[in-house]
Design a protein around this ligand. Sequence first.
Ligand SMILES: *[C@@H]1O[C@H](CO)[C@@H](O)[C@H](O)[C@H]1NC(C)=O
Ligand SMILES: *[C@@H]1O[C@H](CO)[C@@H](O)[C@H](O)[C@H]1NC(C)=O
Ligand SMILES: *[C@@H]1O[C@H](CO)[C@@H](O)[C@H](O)[C@H]1NC(C)=O
Length: 424
Amino acid sequence: LIYDSFARYLVTEKGYDKGLLNITPESWDFCFKGLALDLEDGNFLKLAGDGTIMRASHGTKSMTHEEILEIYGRREWKHFKTFSGMVSRSAKYYCFDNYFDLPGALLCARIVDCLDQVHGRRTKYNFWKDVIAAVQHNYKTSAFKENCGTYFPEVKNDPAKYLQSCPECVKKWLRQLKNAGKVLLLITSSHSDYCRLLCEHILGNDFAELFDIVITNALKPGFFSHTPNQRSFRTLENDEEQEALPSLDKPGWYSQGNATHLYELLKKMTNKTEPKVVYFGDSMRSDIFPAHHYSNWETVFILEELREDKVTMPVENEPEPLEKKGKYEVHHPKAPYSLSKQWDSFFTDKISGLESAEETLTHTWSCKCISAYSTIAIPSIEAIADLPLDYKFTRFSSNSSETAGYYPTPPKVLLSNGEPVTTK
Ligand SMILES: *[C@@H]1O[C@H](CO)[C@@H](O)[C@H](O)[C@H]1NC(C)=O
Ligand SMILES: *[C@@H]1O[C@H](CO)[C@@H](O)[C@H](O)[C@H]1NC(C)=O
Ligand SMILES: *[C@@H]1O[C@H](CO)[C@@H](O)[C@H](O)[C@H]1NC(C)=O
């Protein structure tokens, strides 16, 4: 649906090739978290922890080791310093960081393919401004209310097609936390109208009772960062944002805001001078990095890529009656992008062009970020919902092992299996 929302706009409003509208299920293999898109070159890059290119494609077409060496050499990618600092948005590149982003990766790659087909390979591409216009058209603040674009009208029309309801054990876990006297917060960059639709569907009509504070249109990562990106909190009336508040005095539902003033309220609510915050998120760029870096909160990274070991093993290796297989898949839906044929593992890879040298598995940049910015990483909240609330996790920072914080287990590729893994 996200892909369609972009493609339809580009074809009808910006004159792009109609071929963009047709995609096969196999083409989703291209979507891979952590890819950097070099906007001018139309190249997608999988990066090592030190910024070396591990794999690359031009549009959707994989580049050979020779092409990568010729264009990039075995050196740090030229934008890596600003990219890895995650501080500002750049006009030079974009990082596809979460499941909402990923359809955009396939779309941009297909655009490059289409442009090359007509004009031959270019030295400079200029399609990004049109992608931004497509985002704006479909996802602007008023789009939900106005039924604008493709995305919101579709989800409103048939939420059950696009949303899974929250497992009972997770709802129970939230209630347990609340009953144990914890302050529960929901912080989302979605607007209040869309957030309400999502939460009513996945948690139930009484979802707001679970949370002491709800913050919508939070504009993460700006919500966490320092001035000038911080904004004032606003109250909402009929989903319309009201005047800026001078301070945040009591729990409730707010729009925009900043982590600094939220923390002041948390001090008041807990009567503690340094209340501890544990923040759960599935975006490295918008959740985990800024919450750790700017607010020094504990961070739990929800990483569906950690599911792959568990899910594929029993289904493929044990012959089971079809009926049972179906059940298993229902309870553990396979993340569609957990392993890509084109991009290989999310966590490790070999540096291209080193074929003749000793084959060394190297950690990806994405993998390095996990141990640097998360307290722990888990495949889903379900994976911890049945643990006692005072369960003690091992954190990434507890020792020098880069796998310490994965719960319940580190991804297999990171466990030594005879091959050396360097942490470049
Ligand atoms: C943070 O929010 C508070 C409360 O709305 C506001 O007074 C303050 O100015 C905001 N901070 C910044 C830097 O905008
Ligand atoms: C807050 O904590 C202080 C110091 O521990 C204590 O004196 C005060 O009674 C507490 N107030 C409330 C409302 O719990
Ligand atoms: C480091 O963490 C790992 C994983 O939890 C653990 O097995 C190992 O014993 C720890 N090492 C030290 C020195 O604490």
